[in-house]
Design a protein around this ligand. Structure first.
Ligand SMILES: Nc1ncnc2c1ncn2[C@@H]1O[C@H](COP(=O)(O)OP(=O)(O)O)[C@@H](O)[C@H]1O
Ligand SMILES: [Mg+2]
Length: 454
């Protein structure tokens, strides 16, 4: 009985894990579709010649996706299993699978229309833009059907064993949806798109409304009320009220010296609280030590990474799990870190000090993840990194959220931090001066002026 119960729990989370993978790829694709819309409007409303390189990269991305699926449509484990369990869904699944094939053909057509259009501009513009508009619409429909019908039915009808098999397909390199290598390739292609996307279009960072509702309602995870703290005689945080709901990314922005790191250290228990209260998952943290907080799931990645430079990458990661001993579970997690951060596997025997800044940041995050955080506190993860690496770090943060980790993100890089945040706070000289959703803060006049340089 107990044993069965033990097996049920991870199986259930596997189904959510698989669903999140799909939804995550969809969201990336959806952002790219939005970008295409913007490019379309530039072309039609502003009569701008399209940027061929950028469009090419975007088409590469979509083509890569459709080719993967198109070449082996029956191999989508999820479709196959759902079809067996739910005959009435078969026509839809067949239609969606056909959509991949047709989409592939349409894409090749689009590419030749684009080539013609570039050579004979403005001739061919209308034909290309119509075809492109139809294409993005069809793709959006496809995503909506998958998320609105296929996933809810799969969630309801598939057994633990089905999900086990579906997730196992992850390990098969070429599984079109779950293969790690395939996801790596997508990430690389996204980087290329980002690097060609003009700044004014805002990259691909903007968060989208979730079309698949989370299985659990959002609950308050951390509540801080009236927090004050001092260094010696000097009070640096005054009367802070901040709350974080489970599953959220909450961003904290503010100038150098505003007190952001101090707030994070108060939460992780490294900086004593002078006044106020802090409640985590219903429990008062007042007398809970920093170590105990780690064991309860509050884990901080400190500013400036602070990896152990004279230890190997692997030993750094294992140190992250010191509260958990060296169980087989920990070794599984280590393996998972290497899958998430392939570069760390490559360098597992190198000293941490030999890694680049971006790699050290990944190591610091990997080490924190080894403690199995439920609330991850990130202190300026993008500091001092090159733009492309920053994109990668932000991608990883999004993935962590998709995996169900709640994130409190401190950043000076306000535009990106707010773009991916559910909510955010602005801290000025130790006080919260503005709070709101990520979007609200991004469009707030004061925030734009002071933190976004607009
Ligand atoms: N260990 C410390 N001793 C004394 N003052 C400190 C210490 N750490 C930070 N401060 C001061 O507290 C304020 C907040 O610092 P910090 O939390 O590091 O800000 P932020 O992370 O927003 O840059 C600053 O005025 C800083 O100089
Ligand atoms: Mg700081």
């Amino acid at each position: 009985m107990t044993e069965q119960h033990n097996e049920m729990a991870p199986a259930q989370s596997r189904s959510e894990q698989a669903i999140r993978t799909i939804v995550q790829e969809h969201q990336a694709l959806w952002r790219i579709l939005d970008l295409l819309d913007q490019l379309l409007s530039d072309m039609n409303v502003n009569e701008q010649r399209p940027d061929e390189r950028l469009l090419d990269r975007i088409f590469d991305y979509i083509q890569h996706f459709s080719q993967r699926v198109h070449s082996t449509p029956t191999d989508i484990e999820l479709y196959k299993r759902l079809g067996e369990k739910s005959p009435e869904t078969v026509p839809l699944l067949e239609k969606l699978a056909r959509g991949y094939v047709i989409g592939h053909e349409k894409l090749l057509e689009l590419r030749s229309l684009l080539a013609f259009c570039m050579e004979n501009w403005p001739q061919g513009r209308e034909e290309f833009s119509h075809a492109l508009a139809r294409f993005t619409e069809a793709l959006r429909k496809h995503i909506r059907k998958e998320e609105g019908v296929v996933i809810p039915r799969a969630r309801k009808l598939l057994s633990a064993e089905d999900w086990e098999q579906i997730v196992e397909a992850r390990d098969v390199e070429n599984d079109p949806l779950f293969g790690e290598r395939v996801r790596e390739e997508f990430r690389e292609l996204r980087h290329q798109i980002i690097s060609y996307t003009p700044e004014r279009l805002g990259g691909l960072g903007l968060k989208h409304e979730e079309r698949v509702s989370a299985p659990h309602a959002r609950q308050e995870m951390l509540a801080i009320k009236g927090l004050a703290t001092s260094y010696g005689q000097i009070e640096v945080l005054h009367d802070i009220d901040v709350h974080i709901n489970s599953g959220e990314i909450v961003s904290l922005v503010g100038a150098n010296g505003a007190g952001k790191s101090t707030l994070l250290m108060s939460i992780s228990g490294l900086q004593p609280m002078e006044r106020g209260s802090m409640v985590f998952e219903g429990k008062d943290l007042g007398k809970v030590s920093a170590d105990q907080r780690v064991a309860q799931g509050i884990v901080q990645v400190p500013e400036g990474r602070q990896v152990f430079k004279d230890l190997s990458v692997q030993d750094n990661l294992l140190l992250g799990a010191y509260t958990r001993g060296r169980s087989p579970e920990v070794m599984d997690d280590l393996e998972r870190m290497y899958t998430k951060f392939p570069i760390l596997r490559q360098k597992r025997h190198n000293l941490a000090g030999e890694l680049s800044g971006g790699q050290q940041q990944m190591l610091a995050m990997g080490r924190a993840l080894m403690a199995r955080p439920r609330l991850l506190l990130l202190d300026e993860p993008s500091m001092g990194l090159a733009p492309l690496i920053i994109e990668e770090i932000f991608d990883i943060i999004k993935e962590l959220k998709e995996e169900g980790i709640t994130i409190f993100l401190v950043e000076q890089n306000a535009s990106q931090a707010l773009a991916l945040a559910d909510r955010g706070y602005v801290l000025e000289t130790g006080q919260v001066v503005i709070e709101g959703t990520g979007r609200e803060l991004l469009s707030n006049e004061k925030v734009r002026e002071a933190y976004l340089g607009m």
